[in-house]
Design a protein around this ligand. Structure first.
Ligand code: ATP
Ligand code: MG
Length: 323
């Protein structure tokens, strides 16, 4: 088995929780009054774990929100979707993180972020974290968080405990070349790759994660470091899973009208990890993961389109006629 079974304990994701408030008209930024929609629950780690819970996987989140309505928007959603929120700290001083987002005509985005200046910065190892990690079965790590020393400390400690009890680790590198230029980040990243059972890169992240150019060479290097499975996200081309000594398994993307691209990669990951931990084969997990990513982009809001297993089944049937 590539990943520890769901029965060992929940998949845990650590990181930022925030609300997203999105402009309903395309254009440049926020320098005048404009119509906005939200707050939507958001944050890449929160989207991942919400989809994992909706898929039916055991799921839990470590993070921090403020003692305010934006915090409730998130904790209520996660709880509704079966995510254990016992290790989400509610901070009495700082407000919940937020991101105002506006799409430009060319599809790029303008942001106003209040993230590490918000309650999200107050994540610490505490008694609730300790209790959750002691019964966790899998850790999912977002590469973007390795640059935050206080979060790296939590990740490193959690990874050691979870591995020692037979749990497994997945990593979404989410890493641009520029980030990896920093020597300390590089060392943290190398340590994480060495601990990971499953990698979920997209595009060039595969080669950046391996530190080697060329897809074949990158895969070979990752497998030599102990990675057992690589699920490469390929956007509208779908996704391909590689494992040492096995033929690659590719599944094309489902055809949809993309309304809001945010969250596709995180929904893909949450569904893939849940399915594998529930004992599904690579092709089965890949089909659900592609469906989760595709379904999420058809709905406005970062995690509004995350589907339950029944919703994803219905989505797949609607796209394939049940074949
Ligand atoms: P993100 O943009 O959220 O960071 P990512 O780059 O990590 O995402 P993507 O490859 O963009 O990952 O998306 C993950 C998966 O979601 C894809 O492999 C695909 O299955 C599905 N997906 C994403 N966008 C679309 C789309 N427009 N149509 C159909 N499927 C999509
Ligand atoms: Mg990504």
């Amino acid at each position: 088995m590539t990943l520890a079974p769901d029965t060992l304990g929940p998949t845990v994701c650590i990181g930022e929780i925030l609300v997203e408030i999105v402009a309903t008209t395309p254009g440049n930024g926020f320098t005048e009054a404009l119509p906005l929609l939200g707050p939507y629950p958001s944050g890449a780690p929160a989207i991942f774990i919400d989809q994992c819970g909706r898929m039916g996987g055991a799921a839990a989140m470590i993070g921090a929100v403020g003692n305010d309505d934006f915090g409730l928007v998130n904790t209520r959603r996660l709880e509704r979707d079966g995510v254990d929120i016992s290790a989400i700290h509610v901070d009495d001083t700082l407000p919940t993180g937020s991101a105002f987002v506006r799409y430009r005509e060319d599809g790029s985005r303008d942001f106003v972020f209040n993230m590490w200046t918000s309650a999200a910065s107050q994540m610490r190892w505490n008694a609730a974290t300790e209790a959750l990690i002691a019964r966790a079965g899998h850790l999912h790590v977002m590469g973007t968080l390795l640059m935050r020393p206080e979060i790296w400390a939590i990740i490193e400690r959690a990874a050691g405990i979870i591995k020692a009890r037979g749990g497994t680790i997945s990593l979404d590198p989410n890493l641009r070349k520029e980030l990896k230029a920093d020597a300390e980040m590089d060392a943290r990243f190398a340590k994480m790759v060495g601990l990971s059972d499953l990698l979920l890169p997209s595009g060039e992240e595969l080669e950046v994660a391996a530190g080697v150019s060329g897809k074949e060479a990158a895969l070979e290097r990752l497998f030599s470091l102990g990675v057992k499975e690589v699920a490469l996200k390929e956007g509208t081309k779908g996704a391909t899973v590689y494992a040492p000594g096995a033929e690659p398994v590719h599944a094309p993307a489902f055809k949809v009208d993309e309304l809001d691209p945010t969250g596709a990669g995180d929904c893909f990951g949450g569904a893939y990890v849940a399915c594998r931990r529930l004992g599904m084969t690579v092709p089965q997990a890949l089909t659900y993961a592609n469906a989760a990513g595709a379904r999420n982009v058809t709905v406005r809001g970062p995690m509004e389109g995350a589907g339950t297993r029944a919703e994803l089944d219905a989505f797949i049937v609607s796209k394939t006629g049940g074949r």
